[in-house]
Ligand binder design. Structure first.
Ligand code: HEM
Length: 442
């Protein structure tokens, strides 16, 4: 370490803090400035110090090399002991205020925050539900939910795209996909949205925890497991129970953990992508005209919108072997943040990266991550995206977001999303769909 506590020879950017308010508004300028003046990998002294990889090549090199860059969680201990602290995907550790080392949910330590070979067992167990073909089976259900969301406002000419659609569809859908019939979709969505944006030491955690205790998602999941024990369906709980029957080494606590992970992983990420895309479309009316004229391309444009506005900013790894990345010497035990949102705008990978080019295909963007942990739910996210945009552009073709009233979360934490996206449009007719959503507030 140097005198200032930074690794000797490290390129240091002292002011880089992805949890700061300035990051929310200035991050893309920061990425370009750092790329140009410092390089693709640098050291931030904040939160005890960590590396940041910005460029596509370094981000993807690290993401594919799980033997050097581990996803294992805070408090993980190999049986033979270790001299380094594994620290999960978040800086600072997410939920530190209410979670002690070793208490990390088992879901996280079985899949998202696990390395091969145990990761392979988990992914194999859950994979059958996540193919494009399986996702397609949910098309009409997602359409019904979106139509019900729009029905509530269509006669008024006013809608809050975030509160009425983009922050509502993902929790309703994620719960149904999980196999949990819950009337608490609004509270569960709120917990996911707020906690994704909340610094670990924020006092608001106490309030969120209180809501969490009242909702008792864990209890609802355990009830759903009991109900599925002898009545399997096409949901997450049934899929894991089937995998256990086929020999997967899990118990009820694991089923509950997986289920909680799937519910939470698909909520704020999807909401944020939808919200960001609405704003991008408002700024580029020519894109709206194109999607209205060719709704069949919407699903293929998803990757381009996710490239330009990746909501999951960056996720971390623990370095478990000394290595060199982007010309910097990383040591065993260091932490590194793989900045998906920056890699997606790397001009070396994407010509004219700031331009939204609907014909940019194939786009191997990293908004879904890269390597073995690449997003499990991408086909469902794509289907939600396609359904929302094609339905909104059809039923509210002159929608205008009141951009001056938009409210963004003022701390990004992990995901960059929106609290409120008020909009106006010419009123239209209700379709009168009954989506049969438990707890639906009309
Ligand atoms: C646009 C929406 C979404 C975005 C931007 C997104 C983003 C991501 C990213 C960046 C990762 C990689 C994590 C890592 O490398 O450490 C990931 C993994 C994951 N995502 Fe998504 N996600 C989205 C939607 C969903 C949905 C809808 C679901 C579930 C229905 C889901 C479930 C998961 C799961 C379970 C993982 C862990 C996979 C593993 O570790 O093998 N995601 N996602």
């Amino acid at each position: 370490m140097s005198a200032e506590g930074c690794p000797v020879g490290a390129k240091v950017v002292e002011w880089f803090d992805h949890n700061s308010k300035a990051y929310v508004t200035e991050r893309y300028d920061w990425f370009e400035k750092i790329r140009e003046e410092v390089g693709p990998v640098f050291w931030s002294p904040n939160y005890g110090g960590f590396w940041v990889a910005l460029d596509y090549a370094e981000v993807t090199d690290a993401a594919r090399d799980w033997e050097t860059f581990s996803s294992r969680p805070l408090g993980w201990q190999p049986p033979e002991g270790t001299d380094i602290t594994y620290n999960g995907l978040f800086i600072p550790p997410r939920g530190a205020r209410n979670m002690r080392p070793g208490e990390f949910p088992r879901s996280a330590s079985r899949l998202l925050q696990e390395d091969p070979p145990d990761w392979n067992i988990a992914r194999k167990a859950i994979n059958p539900l996540f193919s494009a073909t399986q996702a397609e089976k949910w098309r009409s259900r997602i359409q019904t939910i979106v139509d019900a969301c729009i029905d509530r406002r269509i006669e008024t000419g006013r809608i809050d795209i975030a509160k009425d659609i983009t922050n509502i569809l993902p929790p309703i859908f994620s719960l149904e996909l999980a196999g949990v019939t819950s009337k608490n979709y609004a509270e569960i969505g709120e917990i996911s949205h707020v906690s994704s944006h909340l610094p670990a030491d924020d006092p608001e955690w106490d309030e969120l925890n209180e809501i969490g205790r009242k909702v008792d998602l864990q209890g609802q999941i355990m009830e759903a497991i009991e109900a599925r024990r002898n009545d399997r369906r096409g949901d997450v709980i049934s899929t894991i129970l089937n995998a256990i029957d086929a020999g997967a080494p899990y118990d009820d606590a694991d089923v509950a953990g997986f289920t909680a992970l799937i519910i939470s992983a698909g909520i704020d990420t999807t909401s944020a992508t939808l919200g960001t895309t609405f704003l991008n479309l408002m700024q580029h009316p020519r894109l709206i005209e194109r999607l209205k004229a060719e709704p069949e391309i919407t699903r293929y444009t998803f990757d381009e919108f996710l490239r330009i506005g990746a909501p999951t900013q960056g996720l971390c790894r623990t370095v478990v072997k000394d290595t060199v990345l982007g010309g910097q010497n990383l040591r065993r035990g260091d932490r590194i943040m793989l900045m998906w949102s920056a890699a997606n705008r790397d001009a070396k990978e994407y010509p004219c990266p700031l331009e939204i080019d609907l014909d940019r295909r194939p786009t191997l963007q990293v908004g879904f991550g890269f390597g073995n942990h690449r997003c499990l739910g991408m086909h469902y996210a794509r289907l939600e995206f396609e359904t929302v945009f094609n339905t909104v552009l059809r039923r509210m073709p002159d929608l205008r977001i009141e951009t001056e009233k938009v409210r963004q979360y003022d701390n990004c934490g992990i995901v960059m999303g929106y609290m409120s996206l008020p909009a106006t449009f010419t009123p239209g007719p209700r379709l009168g769909v009954d989506a049969a959503i438990p707890g639906w507030r009309a």
